[in-house]
Design a protein around this ligand. Structure first.
Ligand SMILES: O=C(O)c1[nH]c(=O)[nH]c(=O)c1Cl
Length: 315
């Protein structure tokens, strides 16, 4: 089965990649993804300057997923810009690299986007603008404020001439799907949507000691893993149908090849792996890729792209 996917001006050997934030904060981690069976990779969401992030414990793996309130720890924009200078390749050896930006202010995001636009490897980098970090105390999610989201996209499109994408939070109401899609469709250069970021502000309790699992925000943090697959699939499909000109990247609840297949059916062209990558390491990509390949073959598909958006409803 041909797993290659050609979207956004690039061809990927397969649709799998990491979710921003997981196994992608340092050169070593990023190189481990580059060496893995993933189709491509994305850098940790960066801010203008290096950040330590929230106090630990700030991440906990769980039987059915994970909770995190990292607080945007990252090495700063220049570190990741330097990384893509050596690693992003065009031409035959292409492994285009996604670059996640999550400025502490709109101005910071616009400034970093302008720098990325001028980057020598700019044509081999795909910007994913993070509008959905749920874990910086005092900073409400941009993706949940439609006017804020519009202002952000106006500021970034004013300085970033290339097609780019946004990392969206999960929405849970049809009216919100409609409102968000209306804003996003007003920006043709927003070429892809990554659905979803973690389900914000869950609370995990360790009842052996009657205590919350993580320290920041009195234990409130973003939920990932098995818990979120139905919500992720709904968001992939909702934006697939509302934004037909945009590419959808699925993220959320992918543990195995069949989960990735479900994201394709829902309308995703690429599929990100977060919590399961954290638990299993980059070898997860070979396993999930082979499982996806086997599943598509069993279903009689010649290529994974033939499955994209093929979800049937009950008439
Ligand atoms: O706390 C984080 O660093 C974080 N954690 C998430 O679950 N999603 C994000 O976009 C970010 Cl930026």
């Amino acid at each position: 089965v041909d797993l290659s996917v050609s979207v956004l001006g690039h061809t990927f050997a397969n649709p799998l990649m990491n979710a921003a934030g997981v196994c992608c904060s340092t050169t070593e981690e990023l190189d481990s993804l580059l060496a893995s069976a993933s189709g491509t990779l994305i850098t940790k969401s960066c801010t203008a300057q290096q950040r330590d992030g929230n106090p630990a414990p700030r991440f906990k793996p769980l039987p059915l997923g994970s909770i995190n309130s990292m607080g945007l720890p990252n090495e700063g924009y220049e570190y990741y810009a330097e990384y893509v200078s050596h690693r992003a390749k065009g031409g035959a050896a292409a492994k285009p690299i996604f670059f996640s930006i999550s400025g502490m202010t709109m101005q910071d995001s616009a400034d970093m986007a302008a720098k990325l636009a001028a980057h020598p490897q700019g044509a081999n980098v795909l910007l994913e603008l993070n509008l959905s970090c749920p874990n910086v105390p005092g900073k409400p999610q941009i993706g949940y404020d439609m006017q804020d989201m519009r202002r952000y996209l106006e500021a970034v499109t004013a300085v970033y001439p290339r097609p780019f994408g946004v990392k969206l939070p999960p929405y849970f109401d049809m009216a919100h799907f409609d409102q968000a899609a209306e804003v996003l469709n007003a920006f043709p250069s927003v070429a892809f949507l990554t659905c979803i970021n973690s389900v914000g502000n869950g609370l995990v309790i360790d009842d052996t000691c009657d205590t919350v699992a993580i320290k920041p925000k009195n234990g409130f943090g973003g939920i990932g893993g098995e818990y979120v697959l139905p919500t992720a699939l709904a968001n992939v499909n909702a934006f697939r149908t509302r934004c037909p000109e945009k590419v959808i990247i699925g993220c959320g609840g992918v543990l195995c090849g069949r989960d990735a297949y479900q994201h394709l059916l829902a309308g995703a062209s690429l599929v990100q792996v977060g919590t399961q990558l954290w638990k299993e390491g980059p070898d997860a990509f070979r396993r999930i890729r082979d499982e996806l390949q086997a599943h598509l073959a069993r279903k009689g598909y010649g290529a994974d792209r033939d499955a994209i958006g093929k979800l049937k409803v009950i008439e």
